[in-house]
Write a protein that binds this ligand. Sequence first.
Ligand code: PMP
Length: 427
Amino acid sequence: MSSNQALFERAQQTIPGGVNSPVRAFRSVGGTPRFVKRAQGPYFWDAEGTRYIDYIGSWGPMIVGHVHPEVLEAVQRVLVDGFSFGAPTEAEIEIAEEICKLMPSVEKVRLVSSGTEATMSALRLARGFTQRNRIVKFEGCYHGHADSLLVKAGSGLLTFGNPTSAGVPSDITKHTTVLEYNNTQALEEAFAAFGDEIAAVIVEPVAGNMNLVRGNPEFLQALRRLCTQHGAVLIFDEVMCGFRVALGGAQALYDITPDLTCLGKVIGGGMPAAAFGGRQDIMSLLAPEGAVYQAGTLSGNPIAVAAGLKTLELIQAPGFYERLTAQTARLTSGLTAAAHEAGVAFCADAVGGMFGLYFTAQVPASFADVSRSDIARFNTFFHQMLDAGVYFAPSAYEAGFVSSTHDDAVIDATIEAARRAFAARAS
Ligand code: PMP
């Protein structure tokens, strides 16, 4: 049996940083990443055979738990018929119909293989549709790693974006404006200043990439109103929150109709599938119908579609979201009570099956608020919990996820471990 540390050292010889996606490397919390061997329901086991309660669930997709027997069976059934064809299949129609049924704002949908592809393509489409270049995003919202979206806020309110990553030309990001999340006034000022230049506004209606920060209803409504007034395309990036905060996604929760929606994670059931879709008049601009090009060798992959279709079926079981929401709330209220018993400044928030834990007295409303929480305290807590067999996201800037297999016993064991962690620190 290899140790996690031995695997990490070996991985670094051939993989940059030893991981295939940065947050997995534990850079912000320190220590050795756990190399996963297998998973089942709410648990995974690492290379050393240690079991963890998993509150990441592959960063959202595993909403029905790991290796759900019905998803497994659906995948096994199609595997024998071929892995990829590069030609259309009936199952792709079925999943498109299912997505359009569950999210009525989506009149037509195109499947892709990652959330990054979904947002990148949705932006190109919005630019093609409006014949405008400028896009607006919000600080702390992550929309994948396409060049034009790798921008954090400049210091001035209405400044052009500066790239957050090396290798991104400022010629590209100069078209990206970054505003503060949940700041309606800044939004109104931006539209007043250059509303007729804006091709699209892209937003996580429930943000999950700066820890969990829920969109203010009034802010999201202003967004809808201003986009309509100025002819800009409103893109809800529901890659994370779609089918996670409610069956119809955040747009159902807030009763707001975006023009385009990006989806991923849950719709692939843990396999590489994502999608973007929305208004028919916009979607029909997409190749081969229209002039906006977009394509993918593995798009609509039959294995991914089978996993996604079965997952979408399972989440439509009566009471699924009521139970998921209740279990997540049981976790966050239990953790909060345990922290307060120990006198730790802590709070938590949850929307459907997504949650945020914050070492601060008040639930944050923006990236700046999250940054003001006690990050060092979070890092200590993360390792205390890891040692107790509970795997939370290895960063204070990430949300957590509960699956339908996180039952009372699993949640209560988590709260008990947290009680010990908070008390150990307090004494
Ligand atoms: N949008 C959001 C809201 C996301 O959370 C993510 C990934 N966490 C992406 C886009 C990018 O998706 P992917 O990692 O599949 O490219």
